[in-house]
Design a protein around this ligand. Structure first.
Ligand SMILES: Cc1cc2nc3c(=O)[nH]c(=O)nc-3n(C[C@H](O)[C@H](O)[C@H](O)COP(=O)(O)O)c2cc1C
Length: 53
């Protein structure tokens, strides 16, 4: 049967990764994590927020 679903997600601090894995366990759909280069976002919420703005 053709694949019907693909889980595509982005996660900076890995919370969304945990949710994506739960969805993957439940659905058996493949998952694709979107990534940005390490230099794009700092590892700090306030500094990341300034970049978003
Ligand atoms: C700019 C910015 C704003 C955020 N605002 C909120 C918020 O309003 N409420 C919240 O619970 N978390 C907020 N967060 C925290 C993250 O969105 C939150 O921890 C999320 O679960 C991170 O997902 P990730 O671990 O998949 O990257 C914010 C983070 C950033 C960078």
């Amino acid at each position: 049967m053709a694949q019907q679903a693909l889980i595509v997600y982005y996660s900076q601090f890995n919370n969304t990764t945990k949710l994506a894995k739960l969805i993957q366990d439940a659905t058996k759909a493949p998952a694709l994590r979107l990534r940005v280069a390490d230099s794009v976002y700092p590892n700090n919420m306030e500094a990341t927020g300034r970049i978003y703005q």
